[in-house]
Design a protein around this ligand. Structure first.
Ligand code: AMP
Length: 179
């Protein structure tokens, strides 16, 4: 057995990115670490093994990195949730509010349906706005959506609690104080 890997210590913080006052929690330092990346996928997958998830849905773009590994671990398919205009087939879209303005995420209309159980994944949950929009979007396909996983929680912002209020069980590997 190797040394225990401390995932939190492998996530670096870049102050004032993308704008002043933000502490950007950067997962590139985690995923470039071979044992750290592998361990994060193992820990993400552990609660969901043999639970019947047919698909993992990852939110563009960092949710794709963890989502792909998680889908392989769970022997599930992978569904990309993308920014508008990126998917080539027929899509359904969901708007959500940003600090200034609104954004849209999309999924292929035929990607999942009523016979599917989808696990949502992203690198980080802050306000929860993106994840709640993704849950609403996936539920509109008829798929069952009960769980969401994140590498990082920022509990002071409260997004995970908001997501739980939408009947989603939320699990995060690490949490950071502050915004
Ligand atoms: P939210 O919709 O507010 O929960 O924001 C979540 C999305 O924004 C995720 O896809 C994150 O990758 C990104 N994000 C928000 N805040 C941060 C932060 N402090 N550091 C890194 N990524 C962030």
């Amino acid at each position: 057995m190797g040394e225990a890997i401390d995932i939190k210590s492998l996530i670096r913080t870049i102050p004032d990115y993308p704008k002043a006052g933000i502490l950007f929690r950067d997962i590139t330092s985690l995923i470039e670490h071979p044992a750290g990346f592998r361990e994060s996928i193992k820990q993400l997958a552990a609660p969901y093994r043999d639970k019947g998830f047919t698909h993992v849905a990852g939110i563009e773009a960092r949710g794709f990195i963890f989502g792909a590994g998680l889908a392989i671990e769970l022997e599930a398919g992978f569904i990309p949730i993308r920014k508008s205009g990126k998917l080539p087939g027929e899509t359904i879209g969901q708007n959500y509010a940003l600090e200034y303005g609104v954004d849209t995420i999309e999924v292929h209309a035929d990607a999942v349906g009523p016979n599917d159980h989808v696990l949502l994944i992203d690198d980080l949950i802050a306000t929860g706005g993106t994840a709640i929009a993704a849950v609403n979007l996936l539920r509109r396909t008829g798929a069952k959506v009960t769980d969401a996983a994140f590498v990082i929680d920022l509990p002071e912002i409260g997004g995970a609690e908001k997501l739980r209020a939408h009947d989603i069980e939320v699990k995060c590997l690490v949490s950071f104080e502050g915004h």
